[in-house]
Design a protein. Structure first.
Length: 385
């Protein structure tokens, strides 16, 4: 069972139940007011029309666009019916509340063109309410003011989270793009190194061919190996958009993981570090070594920001056949449902880098307590054509 999705579903159900209670209260209140001021037979039409729109609003999650259209259509029919039937002006408070929910939901979730059309339809209903009030000579009717206020509140409530989500997507896209560019620069440096080696070995092979022809095969084998490594690095950069203009050069040799972990320790926190042999780690390509460092650094930064109460942090880096696994865990107490651990854009950048190199990233709460970040990164082997 996916716990976050289950909690989100429970929250949606609770909000719909609360909204239904509000709809029922508004319907009952306005029906009593109409019965007191107009008579006992005049509240029925407003109550039925308002109840239909409120029911549509409660069922909006299935098809938001059609739900909004249906609610606006009911309002479009109720306005002339009330005008020519000698009934209280429409839309009433309950219908106005239902329309506000429908319009706000559409503005928040639908594509821009559809959301704009629904918002325009809601504004048309507000304008049409002028004609059902029959009191234009005395200023703006109360029913129009009520519907106008509901429409403005709906548009604002739908537009604010929509703009916030757009900003978050733009920030995440920027993080992904920056990560791609940084990785592309690193791989570019690696390929440039291999190509330089190929050129030097080719020049040496020309000299060897003249003086020691029997050693030409060894020189050609070295050229072939360097070319294969360069091609492998180029394959890993395919699909990345590279635009290094104005960017800082990539760091070829970051600080040692031991130094990074040592700087992170302190304040009563114990950090345990497990690393492979130095000879084994030295054989990793530069892009793999820099990615391992980046995962550890970002994970420790997240612990310092979001889990300062942790007391034990474990950093493990291990080589398993053709892959390197990096796992960083902490023992911070599990956050409450009201204050979950925030997820910044660091994980987005890490995931982008790992996926570009064919790796994977898993991040989430541990079963007992604390948080775990586990990254798996393939280590390319030397290829021969």
């Amino acid at each position: 069972m996916n716990v976050p999705e289950w909690l989100a579903g429970r929250a949606r159900n609770a909000s719909d139940i609360g909204l239904a209670v509000v709809f029922a209260a508004v319907l009952a209140f306005w029906a009593s007011r109409i019965a007191e001021s107009w008579g006992s037979g005049y509240w029925q039409f407003d109550c039925v029309a308002g109840a239909v729109v409120c029911l549509i609003a409660l069922l909006r999650r299935r098809e938001r666009a059609w739900a909004a259209i249906a609610g606006l259509a009911v309002a479009a029919v109720a306005i002339p019916a009330a005008l020519f039937g000698g009934l209280p002006a429409e839309p009433g408070p309950a219908m106005t509340l239902g329309l506000s929910v429908l319009v706000g939901s559409a503005v928040r979730t639908l594509p821009a063109r559809s959301a704009g059309a629904i918002a325009a339809g809601g504004l048309a209903v507000v304008a049409a309410s002028l004609f059902s009030a029959r009191t234009l000579a005395f200023g703006v009717p109360a029913v129009t003011m009520l519907n106008g206020a509901g429409w403005l509140a709906a548009v604002a409530a739908g537009l604010a989270p929509r703009l916030l989500a757009a900003r978050r997507r733009a920030a995440a896209d920027k993080v992904r793009r920056d990560e791609r560019l940084a990785l592309a620069r690193e791989l570019h440096d690696v390929v440039a190194h291999h190509v330089t080696g190929i050129v030097l070995q080719a020049q040496a092979a020309q000299i060897v061919a003249r003086k020691r022809p029997e050693q030409v095969d060894a020189s050609l084998a070295g050229i072939e190996a360097a070319g294969s490594e360069a091609l492998a690095a180029m394959r890993r950069v395919v699909g990345l958009l590279r635009d290094a203009d104005g960017a800082d050069p990539a760091t070829r040799s970051p600080e040692r993981l031991e130094d990074l972990v040592e700087r992170f320790g302190g304040d009563g926190r114990t950090v345990r570090l497990r690393l492979p042999d130095d000879d084994e780690a030295a054989a990793w390509p530069p892009e793999v070594a820099s990615t391992v460092y980046r995962v550890v650094r970002e994970s420790l930064t997240n612990i310092a920001r979001h889990a300062p109460q942790s007391r034990t942090v474990t950093v493990g880096v291990a080589r398993d056949r053709d892959a390197v696994t990096v796992e960083v865990t902490d023992d911070a107490p599990r956050p409450s449902a009201r204050s979950p651990r925030r997820r910044g854009y660091g994980l987005v950048g890490m995931r982008e880098r790992l996926e570009a190199l064919g790796g994977t990233l898993r991040a989430g709460p541990r079963e007992d307590a604390g948080w775990s970040v586990c990254a798996t990164l393939p280590v390319p082997t030397r290829e021969r054509r």
